[in-house]
Design a binder for this molecule. Sequence first.
Ligand SMILES: Cc1cc2nc3c(=O)[nH]c(=O)nc-3n(C[C@H](O)[C@H](O)[C@H](O)COP(=O)(O)O)c2cc1C
Length: 347
Amino acid sequence: MAGGPTTAALVTAAAKAGGIGFLAAGYQSVDDLRSDIGAVRSAGTELFGVNLFITQYDDARSATTDVEIDGFARTLERIAMAAGLDGPAPASFTDNDYAGKIDYLCKNPVPLVSFTFGLPDAEIVRRLHDVGTEIAIMVTTVNDARDARERGADILIAQGSEAGGHQSTFSIADEPIGRTTVDLTQAIRAELDDVPIVATGGIHSAVDARAALEAGADAVQLGTALLNTPEAGTSAPHRYGVKQHFDSKGESTTQFTRGFSGRPARGVINRFVLATQNAPAAYPYNNQMTKPLRASALSLDLKHGSEYVALWCGSSASHSKQAPSGFMEGMALEQVFAAIDPFGDKS
Ligand SMILES: Cc1cc2nc3c(=O)[nH]c(=O)nc-3n(C[C@H](O)[C@H](O)[C@H](O)COP(=O)(O)O)c2cc1C
């Protein structure tokens, strides 16, 4: 979970609890990634992964126009002015030194690397395989699953539409097709029976986890369920907004928004989401432009701040009725894992 929630401590705690944590290197520099890998290893954790974003420059340019980006900048200026926040940064492109991180991971191999937002080049797959790294690719459609397998993915992560945070669509302009985690997992399993599938999206209870395993998954991946653990680096307004959402018992809801980054991502609806409904499909431009607003919202009080930061959060049919007691109340990660143990008897 890029942007703060995933920390080296969370990855280490996941390993101790019997899971496999992924360092969220999507937005990180090589130096920060090196330091997180060092922290995880010095805590004694050997089995972990690193997650990277594929950033398509050509797609980013063709999916939008300068006029749309200028219009979005005006919208952000109005939002910032009204809320007393810092205005937008200029629209700029970055791939967050993707090539540098690949080079680093080829020289300093880790057990697993996962890719989000597209396929790594065949050459990158070969280089990582040569150093003994297994590759996972997160997909949202059966076609993408087939392509990922052909490209050499050792593991497919099937991301349903309930997932909190970004949808791993392969093209920036794509709208999420809205397939649920169980449905997508079943469909991929029906096509591809020789690859491990990790189901992800809306798995917030043992009931959700079992449904995904019964649909053909070999494992499940959690995001939202870990956001309010002490080991996570989730910002205070994010914790506040997500907790309010879970406490609201259906009064508040989540939706996809392109407002924060330019790619569709699921979060709790707040003022920023409502004010940016027409945001262009312009990842990573929106992400760069909204940085100062989001950063300055951290110094507002929690209630106001939570209206202007991304409250990434998954939607699960189970959370009102099945969520274990104490869920999202700052449970230690080990307790979350125990409550969501799909192989145990809890429900
Ligand atoms: C705060 C947050 C940040 C996320 N960041 C990433 C990321 O950096 N890379 C990625 O592949 N997926 C990311 N995701 C999506 C997760 O990998 C996963 O698909 C999702 O959390 C599953 O749904 P759930 O949140 O309902 O458990 C993020 C999700 C959340 C909630």
